[in-house]
Each structure stands twice: as C-alpha cells, then as structure tokens.
Write a protein that binds this ligand. Structure first.
Ligand SMILES: NC(=O)c1ccc[n+]([C@@H]2O[C@H](COP(=O)([O-])OP(=O)(O)OC[C@H]3O[C@@H](n4cnc5c(N)ncnc54)[C@H](O)[C@@H]3O)[C@@H](O)[C@H]2O)c1
Length: 317
C-alpha cells in the first residue's frame, strides 16, 4: 500500500514509519521538522532504500494538497501537530492554525488524492478533562471537556473527521492517546516525563517532581501505540478509540521504577505543582480491544528499560 505519515519525523510518527516500511508499504512522510528531526528517520533510510519519500512541508501550506494529490496515499496517518499544551495556552491562535486549519488541509489533500481512510492522533489525556476518580479509567462515552486550547483543537479535528466521513465518504479512526513514552521522545519537551527522568537519572542528576507526585498518568509504550495505528489504518471506521493501558501510575511510582531500572538510588526533588495540571488520568482501552483487537502489552518496567537503553546509546560523551 502507499501510505502517508504527517509528522513522520517526530517521536511517534518515526516509530510508525519504521513499522510501515518493515511491513512493505511505500511511505511518504510530510513534516516541517519544527519539533521532529531527520535523525529520527535515519534507521528507516538505512533499512529501506526506495520505500521512503520525505517531503519537508508545513501542513498549513497549499503545496500540501498538491503533494497529496500527486502521491495518492490510500491511507493517511495524521500525526503532525502543535503537540505542546503549554504552547497552546500561550499561543492559542498558532495552536488552532496548525491543529485545526492544518488538519483541514490534510483532509482536503485526502479528498484530492482519493484517500480511503485517515487515522488520526487525538489526545485522550486532554479530551476528557479532569474526571471524577470514580469514573477512571474513562471510557469514550465520557463527556468531552478539554481544559486547554490544545485539547479543544484536537477535539475540533475529530468533529471535522466526522463531517468529512458524512460529506465525502472519507473513513477515519481517531486514536485518543494516553501518555505515550518510548525511544526518540524529546527529553527537552514538557510531555516526555519518562524521557526527562531517563536523561537525568543517567547523568546522576535527581529528578524533579512537581507537587506531591501522587498525580497519576496512563503510560503507554510507543510500540504498542504504533501497533494501534497500523490497525486503525485498516479497521475501526468512524470511531474514537482510547489507546492506553487503563492503569494509573503515579509520578512517584514512575520515578521509583525508573531509578531501580537505571540502578540509581537518588531521591527526587519536589517543586511546586504546575498550574492547570490534571490530577488523575487513565483511559479504558476496552473499545479498542473490540474494534481493533488491540491491547497494550508492554509492561512499564520493560518500556522504561527500552528508554534507558536508548538514552545510554545516544548519550553525548
Ligand atoms: N506523545 C504523547 O504522549 C501524545 C499524546 C496524545 C496525542 N499525541 C499526538 O500524537 C502526535 C505525535 O506526537 P509526538 O509526541 O510524536 O510529537 P512530536 O512533536 O515528536 O511529533 C509531531 C511532528 O509533527 C511535526 N509538525 C509539527 N507542526 C507541523 C506542521 N505545521 N507541518 C508539518 N509537520 C509539523 C513536527 O516536526 C514533528 O515531527 C501529535 O499529533 C500529538 O498531538 C501525542
């Protein structure tokens, strides 16, 4: 199959590209390299000489529609995004420009290309807002009440997907992702707490925990997320599906597990809690099991081991 991955030079996107190439698909990557990098595609370029085509392109540009019409992908995996909640709070217009208008251009490109299906990276962590603990893990029937411009723009993109399905027969599957972690995640970003902890632990610097560390997240390993995308490229039409483990892990617990795996006994430093941070979060993956036959199967211990090994291999001397 010919497929396109927007955001394919990013953390999740590049891992997805590796898998799609390994399965023998011809892959077009569209990425403006604003947060992604070509280094993330080095393995893909080394492994497959002809299956990969890279387009350095902003999804907001008109050229995108021309490129898509020319390349005619059967399936588009749309992952390119302004993916930082804090940036969305500071620059909501920019966030909407990339995540709403950029997504619209991708959908127009898909129409022009005769694309059959779009698999979209939505955000489960921000879609449902702060939930009552009795509602955890949240199901997709939970009311959507995003608390950040990023959550709103990602939700709006889902609404467009629904409309395009009705209007233009463009099938979609939206994956509401939990906290994805794994190799290639940017340790300098905000979201990648596992990457940040990994970097600090291996440099012998204590990790910083904001607040009391009892806030919880649903950490899902990138290989499992990639597997969900591959399935969403074929199944799960017209659905929003949670992609998480359904397990809450506190930041304190994460720091403990990672310290153990790294063989480092350092006491975390606590800093004031971050304003606007959700206290508890986990996503019920039962619907993805039914419609995609998917479940997360990487235990946290194994996943963080993968990140620590990646950090070790890429550490600057
Ligand atoms: N990492 C997570 O925990 C998580 C959770 C929920 C949802 N998501 C979503 O998954 C997707 C991938 O996230 P990630 O963690 O890999 O982030 P990332 O920043 O590594 O990847 C995003 C990619 O999109 C590219 N990009 C950004 N703006 C672009 C534009 N205007 N035109 C073209 N390319 C552009 C970036 O260069 C980057 O390569 C995003 O849509 C994000 O919102 C991620």
């Amino acid at each position: 199959m010919r497929v396109m991955v927007t955001g394919g030079a990013g953390f999740i996107g590049s891992n997805l590209v590796d898998r799609l190439l390994a399965e023998g698909h011809a892959v077009d990557v569209v990425d403006d390299l604003s947060s992604g990098s070509l280094a993330n595609l080095a393995d893909a370029r080394a492994a497959v000489a002809h299956g990969l085509t890279f387009h350095q392109l902003d999804i907001r540009s008109d050229e995108l529609i021309e490129v898509m019409a020319r390349r005619r992908p059967e399936v588009v995996f749309h992952l390119a995004a302004q993916a930082d909640v804090r940036v969305s709070v500071d620059r909501p217009v920019f966030d909407a420009d990339v995540n709403i208008l950029g997504t619209l251009r991708v959908l127009e490109g898909a129409r022009a290309a005769g694309t059959a299906r779009v698999a979209f990276a939505a955000s489960g962590g921000t879609l449902y807002g702060e939930c009552d603990p009795s509602e955890l893990p949240v199901t997709e029937s939970q009311p959507r009440r995003p608390l950040s411009p990023y959550g709103v723009s990602k939700m709006a993109a889902i609404d467009y997907l629904v409309a395009y399905r009705e209007l233009h027969d463009l099938e979609f599957c939206a994956l509401a992702l939990a906290n994805v972690y794994g190799p290639r995640q940017d340790p300098h970003g905000e979201a990648g707490v596992v990457a940040i902890f990994s970097n600090r632990l291996l440099r012998g610097v204590p990790v910083t925990i904001f607040g009391d560390g009892e806030q919880t997240r649903d950490f899902v390993y990138v290989d499992d997320v990639v597997d969900a995308f591959v399935r969403a490229g074929e199944r799960g039409g017209g659905l929003v599906l949670n992609i998480g483990t359904g397990i809450e892990v506190s930041v304190n617990e994460l720091a403990r597990v990672m310290g153990e795996r790294a063989g480092v006994a350092s006491t975390p430093v606590h800093a004031p809690p971050r304003v606007g941070e959700i206290q508890r979060s986990s996503l019920d993956p039962a619907r993805a099991a039914i419609h995609l036959g998917w479940r997360a199967w990487t235990p946290l211990e194994n996943g963080v081991q993968g990140v620590l090994e990646h950090t070790r291999r890429h550490a600057r001397p």
